[in-house]
Design a protein. Structure first.
Length: 194
């Protein structure tokens, strides 16, 4: 099956590409998890985070925002000893901060999706060079998240989040998933062609 340029031959990465990446996500728990994981990715490859995702789920209480918001400094200190996660104090503290900010959002799913007008943006990029690292929508989302109290939500992280959550569909046109996901999107979707 033809896949996007970034997908390696690793079975875990292929499954993520084939089953998750770019599929419109509206579950608040999974969106929160994805937002935190994208923050953990900062400065690293997504594959690094993906390999650690199951361990993160076990250690971070299934990404339960209520529980993460109550993380103590001692718990963060203990997490820093766990080789199964990315041991970065600032990112772990940001997870707690982001959980607290998430809990203050009203209708977080609708709010996040409002940055793309409520429906997936279907892009028709042919080559990797055409896929942007960020967009005005991702920059607006990053600013709004920071204003709401979130950390590790710069525009590049926000665009990666939007791609992964299916807010923008950036499977390139030579990927088998492109046509399938473009057909799944219902409602008014803006289309960007290059």
């Amino acid at each position: 099956m033809p896949r996007c340029f970034w997908c390696s031959a690793d079975p875990l990465y292929r499954a993520y590409h084939d089953e998750e990446w770019g599929v419109p996500l509206h579950d608040p728990q999974r969106l929160f998890e994805l937002l935190l994981l994208e923050g953990f990715q900062a400065g690293l490859s997504w594959f690094t985070v993906l390999k650690k995702r199951e361990h993160y789920r076990r250690v971070l209480f299934g990404f339960d925002a209520q529980r993460l918001a109550r993380l103590s400094d001692a718990e963060i200190e203990a997490f820093l000893q766990d080789p199964g996660i990315i041991r970065n104090r600032r990112k772990l503290e940001a997870a707690r901060q982001n959980a607290r900010a998430w809990l203050k959002l009203e209708e977080p799913v609708d709010w996040l999706w409002s940055f793309v007008g409520g429906a997936p943006r279907i892009n028709r990029f042919r080559t990797p060079a055409e896929v942007p690292a960020t967009t005005p929508e991702a920059e607006a989302l990053g600013r709004a998240l920071k204003e709401a109290g979130f950390a590790f939500v710069g525009p590049t992280i926000c665009y990666a989040f939007m791609q992964a959550a299916g807010m923008v569909m950036d499977h390139t046109t030579d990927c088998d998933r492109h046509a399938e996901l473009a057909g799944l999107s219902a409602g008014p979707a803006s289309v960007r062609r290059r």
